[in-house]
Ligand binder design. Structure first.
Ligand SMILES: Nc1ncnc2c1ncn2[C@@H]1O[C@H](COP(=O)(O)OP(=O)(O)OP(=O)(O)O)[C@@H](O)[C@H]1O
Ligand SMILES: [Mg+2]
Length: 384
């Protein structure tokens, strides 16, 4: 068995001010101080007199045309006229999308120096796909949001992406504008009916390069029915096999449980991403999750690896959020992605709109964060 090499504390607490555990919070303070020194201008006055947030461009290579002079654009700002409030400039500055600004050395929200994640070049051919399971048995931590937006950002970078809705609640399908109740064929049919081809179930999404295997409440029956199947844990792996050559990335949105469906997702996957909400109970249950990942690694899927821990719903303005993030970095060290997803009302809005944030609010900080995550995930894959 390949241990994950992480020691997970059962409960996060306030980071002490001295002793060996103080490293994370000290690093966070460094980040805050560093950013206060480097961020100066917060708003720009537009021609209609409104003060708005502004951007120099985004990771997709498009550039805002709202500024006559590129040099006037405040560093790390994003133009999102409908945003509820201006993004925290300290946090936004870490998402500055263009290479020149990224290369400048800076401390990221995790308290570590932020590496440069290059904009990936185009691919001439596609596949075989890397399969990523988005997994945490804790509910509401940002699994579905991260699946949709990481997928959309990878697709923007020219990767062929398949998203698998593996939660009977069908939230991923809803988030992409599909009504799960109206579907005749879903991932359930693909799992349970021999001879069913994935093409019959696949849906094209509005995002070019991104397809969806939808699900609905039918999938809850699979959990029970699979129990009596031969090689029940590898049912999804078998179903996805014919699709591997058609995609570069397959991202599976797991349900909030460690039941048989999640074990199927982990058995099919090469990598796991664990989203963690930056709040007090974030680390509760993570020990159980890493134990499950290790068991699947040992017994069913030796290729499985923890790709990263993704901190979500981070609010850099609150000490609490910063302390929780410091504890997460303390516990998981290099497993924690440098990219941290900030808390913004734009995400719930995208679910209602049925589209990813990369199209719904393309120049928002949230879109920039998921583009940076996509570049970081690609950089980790290429580093192997
Ligand atoms: N960064 C964020 N900022 C603010 N709200 C967010 C953020 N990410 C997700 N949300 C919102 O939090 C709620 C839960 O997110 P999401 O559905 O992605 O979590 P989940 O882990 O998939 O939940 P479940 O376990 O129920 O499947 C949603 O309403 C979503 O819009
Ligand atoms: Mg979900």
């Amino acid at each position: 068995m390949r241990p994950l090499g992480v020691q997970v504390p059962t409960m996060p607490g306030r980071a002490p001010s001295s002793g060996p555990e103080a490293v994370g919070s000290a690093a966070v303070r460094t980040f805050a101080t560093h950013q206060r020194m480097t961020t100066t201008v917060h708003t720009m006055k537009m021609t209609d007199g409104q003060h708005v947030n502004a951007t120099a461009g985004n990771g997709g290579g498009r550039e805002s045309t709202h500024f006559a002079d590129y040099d006037e654009v405040p560093e790390g700002h994003f133009y999102d006229p409908d945003a509820e409030y201006e993004p925290d400039p300290e946090y936004a500055a870490t998402l500055a999308p263009d290479a020149a600004r990224q290369r400048r050395e800076r401390i990221g929200p995790t308290g570590r120096p932020l590496p440069y994640f290059p904009i990936p070049g185009p691919l001439t051919d596609h596949g075989p796909a890397k399969i990523i399971a988005m997994c945490n048995q804790k509910g509401g931590v940002g699994k579905t949001t991260s699946t949709i937006n990481l997928g959309a950002a990878l697709a923007e970078y020219g990767r062929r992406v398949l998203l698998v809705d593996f939660d009977p609640q069908g939230a991923l399908s809803v988030g992409l504008g599909v009504n799960p109740m109206e579907l005749d064929l879903t991932v359930y049919n693909l799992l349970m009916e021999r001879g069913m081809s994935a093409d019959e179930v696949l849906l094209k999404t509005a995002v070019p390069n991104m397809d969806l295997l939808p699900s609905n409440i039918d999938l809850s029956a699979a959990e029970v029915q699979l129990v009596s199947e031969v090689a029940r844990e590898s049912t999804l792996q078998r179903a996805l096999k014919p699709l591997l050559q058609d995609y570069d990335y397959i991202v599976i949105d797991c349900q909030p449980s460690l039941g048989l469906l999640t074990v199927n997702a982990l058995t099919a996957a090469h990598k796991v991403i664990v989203p963690l909400e930056c709040e007090f109970f974030a680390l509760r249950g993570v020990a159980l999750l890493t134990e499950t990942i290790e068991k699947v690694q040992e017994r069913l899927n030796p290729e499985l690896e923890l790709d990263g821990i993704l901190a979500t719903m981070y609010d850099s303005r609150t000490v609490h959020s910063r302390e929780v993030l410091a504890r997460v970095v303390e516990a998981f060290d290099d497993h924690v992605y440098h990219t941290v997803i900030g808390r913004t009302v734009r995400f719930p809005e995208t679910t209602v709109a049925g589209e990813p944030i990369t199209t719904y609010a393309s120049n928002s900080v949230g879109a920039a964060a998921y583009r940076q995550l996509a570049r970081e995930v690609l950089a980790r894959c290429h580093a192997e």
